[in-house]
Design a protein around this ligand. Structure first.
Ligand code: ATP
Length: 202
């Protein structure tokens, strides 16, 4: 599995549709300060379902939409941001029967996000489920931004275990177990309530 291409349109400084074709192995993005290198990494996290505006270096989620530029060659703000990530899945690392998987996310200024997997409308949870087996989770520990290294080095043993569990794909099962236990608890409460009602009827 490797990231094959990333297309940004209306995302942060990328007003026009821009596609980055990636190859297996190491990819370096070089450019002057402020040219948009970190925005590319933000787009990667965003399309994979990142929900925190702060993780994307913004105040609110809407800040990911191209806000316009001033000057002679200035451009007006856009109404939506779109990012598509194509992943090569010939080794079947993602639990989906396609050799190539494209995840897309679109956000409008006036509303939430829409997701699609290979062109079919999907929910955030579908994207998270698809990626979590590959070790790319909701918390995005696979993306280590500037300054994040310090927080990982200073993490408590519990937090460090969380990083490892997420990378190993264990976290997904732990979350499912917690959800099932909550349901069992609720069911237990219902059974008690039923017992009370039956006792009242008798
Ligand atoms: P450095 O090397 O200094 O870390 P960089 O190449 O990583 O820089 P980025 O932080 O990716 O640069 O890009 C910053 C640029 O993106 C700034 O010029 C900023 O104005 C622009 N930018 C960020 N959000 C938006 C937006 N919503 N609309 C338009 N431009 C934006």
């Amino acid at each position: 599995m490797y990231l094959k291409s990333l297309t940004l349109k209306g995302f942060k400084s990328f007003a026009s549709s821009t596609t980055l074709d990636l190859e297996p192995g190491i990819t370096c993005i070089v450019g002057p300060n402020g040219s948009g290198k970190s925005n590319v990494v933000d787009a990667l996290a965003w399309v994979m379902g990142e929900q925190g505006a702060k993780s994307l270096r913004g105040g609110k989620m809407e800040d990911v939409i191209f806000a316009g530029t001033s000057g002679a060659a200035g451009r007006s703000p856009l109404g939506r941001a779109e990012v598509s990530l194509t992943i090569d899945n010939t080794d079947g690392a993602l639990p989906i029967e396609y050799a190539e998987v494209t995840i897309s996310r679109t956000m409008f200024r006036n509303g939430g996000s829409e997701y699609a997997i290979n062109g079919a409308k999907a929910r955030l949870v579908d994207v998270q489920d698809l990626l979590s087996d590959s070790g790319i989770g909701r918390e995005m520990h696979v993306i280590v931004g500037q300054g994040r290294l310090d927080s990982i080095l200073h993490a408590t043993p519990e937090e460090r275990r969380g990083f490892i569990e997420e990378a190993a794909g264990v976290l997904k099962h732990r979350k499912r177990k917690e959800k099932a236990l909550r349901k069992l608890d609720a069911m237990e409460g219902n059974l008690h309530r039923l017992d009370d009602l039956l006792a009242e009827i008798r």
